[in-house]
Ligand binder design. Sequence first.
Ligand code: B12
Ligand code: SF4
Length: 512
Amino acid sequence: MNPRREGVRVNSSRKILFFIPSFSSIEATAPLGLLAISTPLLEAGYEVHIIDSTIAPDYKRRVLEGVKDSLCLGISLVTGPMIRETVDICRAIRKWNPDFPIILGGWHPSLLPGQTLEADYVDIIVRAQGEESMLEIAQRLEGGASLDDVKGIGFKRDGKPYYTPERPLKTLDQCPPKAYQLADFDAYERICGRRWAMYVSSLACPFNCAYCTNAGVYGRKWNALPVEQVVEETVDLTRRYRLELLWMADDNFLVDIDRSLKIAEGLIHAGGTFKWSIQATTNLTARLSVEELTLLRRSGLHQICQGIETASPTVMKLMNKGFQNLEDIYESTARCLKAGVIPSFNIIFGFPGEGVKERRETINFMMDVCRRFPGAEFWTNIFTPYPGSPIFSRAKEIGIEVPKSLEGWSDYFPRYTVLPWLKGKEHERVQTMRDYLRIAFDRDPIAANQHGWAARAIRHLTGYPARWRLDHDFYDFPIELWTNRKLKNILTLPKPQVDAKLLEPAAAPSCT
Ligand code: B12
Ligand code: SF4
C-alpha cells in the first residue's frame, strides 16, 4: 500500500464499495466473485455496495459519488477489456483523492500480481480467494493497522511492492455462501432478456490443458459442495429470485458422476423447476448413459458445454488433451440429444501448431457433427495466450509480445487476438470463416434479447450458402454476412435501456 497511508487511519466509514467493469456481453448476470467476498463483510457488519457497469451506464459518476463516504474501493477483474474501465475509474479517483485506498482482486491480479501492483493507481492486490483477505484488509484499514499479517495480498511500502505469504486455498465447503441478495436481477434481466444466475458447486479441475489458467489460481485438486447443500441452495435461490436458469460455473461439473446423479435426484425430489447447464470435459460426458442423461434432463439439466477445442489429433496433443477421444464425442452427442440435453461445444482456432490442415480437420469435424446431430452447437474463439496457462511459459519462444503494464492487457481478448502465426489476410480469413460458422447452424445463446424472430429467420436462410462455403473452404465476397448484418441491424429488437437501481445496503448477516 502507498506509504502515505500504510498503518494510517484512512476513513472511519464502514461502507465498502465494489466495482465490476463491464464484460461487454449481454449475457448479463451478477458477478459471483464480488458476491463471494461480500458475505464475510456483511457478517462483520460492513455495508456493501456493488456497482456493475453492465447495468449502470453512468457507473463512473456513481463510483466517484460512492467512494466519498466509503472506506475503500474494491475492483474485480479478468484479463482483457475490463481493464480499460478499471484504469479510467482508478485515475479519476486518484485525481479526486490520491490517498483513497484502491484494491484490485480477481483473475488478472491473481495471475500477474507484480505487474498489477506496479500501476501507480493500485494500492493493494489480492491473490486468489478473496473472502478472508478482503475482510481483513477492511478491518486493518478501518483500524489504521498494518497489512503485514494479511495473507495472500500485495501492497506498497515506501513505494516498493511488498507481498505477504500465500493464503492456503479453502475447499468450497469451507467458503461462505454468496451474497446473492446484493444482485439486481431485475436490471440483469432487462439487459439479457432472461432471468438467470451463476452458481458454483465444485472448484478446480483435475486436468491441465495447455491454454487454461485455472490450475494457476485454484490448483488441480477438485473439491465440491455436498449434494444436499447444492440441492437446497439452488432450489432456494431460483425460487427466491424467480430465476429460470442456473449456469453452473464449475470448471468440470462431472468429475464425480455419482454426485451429479444424486444432485439430479435431489432436484427432482425437491420439485426444482429451473433449467440448469454445466461445463464438463468430453471424456466425462461420454461416460453418461442415456438413462443417466435422461435423469439429469428430468431434473432440469438442458445443456452440457464441452471444450473440444480442436479435432486435430496433433493439436489435441499439443493442448495436453490426451483424455479426449473424437469417437466418444460422436456417441455421447447422440446420447445427449436422445435424452433432450443440448451438447454445446467450444473450439479454439489458432493454437500454436495448428496449420491450415489441422484447422480443416476441425471444421470438417464440426460440419459432420452438426449435420449428423441437428441440435448440437459449436462456439468458436481465436486462441488467446492468458498468463498463468501452461503455454504462457513459452510466450517468448512462440513470439507472443507480453504487455508490459496493466493497461497493456486491455486489448487482450479472443475477439481481437492477432497472433504472430495468424495475422493479416490469414487472420481475416479465419474471422470470416468463424462468422460463417456462426450462421451455418442454429445455436441458442443465453441472452434471449439477442435476436428477434426476423433476425433468426434471416440467419436460417443464410445458413444454406454458409454451409456450402464451409464445405468448399471459400470465403471470398462474403455477401451473406453483409446481408445478415444489415438486415439484423434493421430487424433486431433494440437493446433495452437499462439502469440498475442504486442498491440498498444489505442488512448483515442474511446471506442467501
Ligand atoms: C462465469 C465466468 C464468465 C462469465 C462472467 C459473468 C459474470 N457476470 O461474472 C462470462 C461468461 C460473461 C465470462 C466471460 C469471459 N470470461 Co470468464 N469465466 C467465468 C468462470 C467460469 C467463473 C467465474 C466465477 O464467477 N467464479 C466464481 C467466483 C466466486 O470465483 P472468482 O471469480 O475466482 O472470485 C474469487 C477470487 O478471484 C477473488 N476475487 C474476485 N474478484 C475480486 C475482487 C476483489 C476486490 C477481491 C479482493 C477479490 C476478488 O475472490 C473471489 C472469491 O474467492 C471463470 C472460470 C473459473 N473457474 O472461475 C472464467 C474465467 C474467469 N473467464 C475467463 C475468460 C478468458 C473470459 C472471456 C475472455 C472469455 C471469452 N471468450 O470471451 C470473457 C471475458 C470477460 C471479460 N470481462 O472481459 C478466464 C480469465 C482468465 C484471466 N486471465 O483473466 C477464466 C478464468 C476461464 C479460464 N480458465 O481461462 N466468464
Ligand atoms: S480447459 Fe477445462 S478441462 Fe482443461 S484444465 Fe481447464 S477446466 Fe480443466
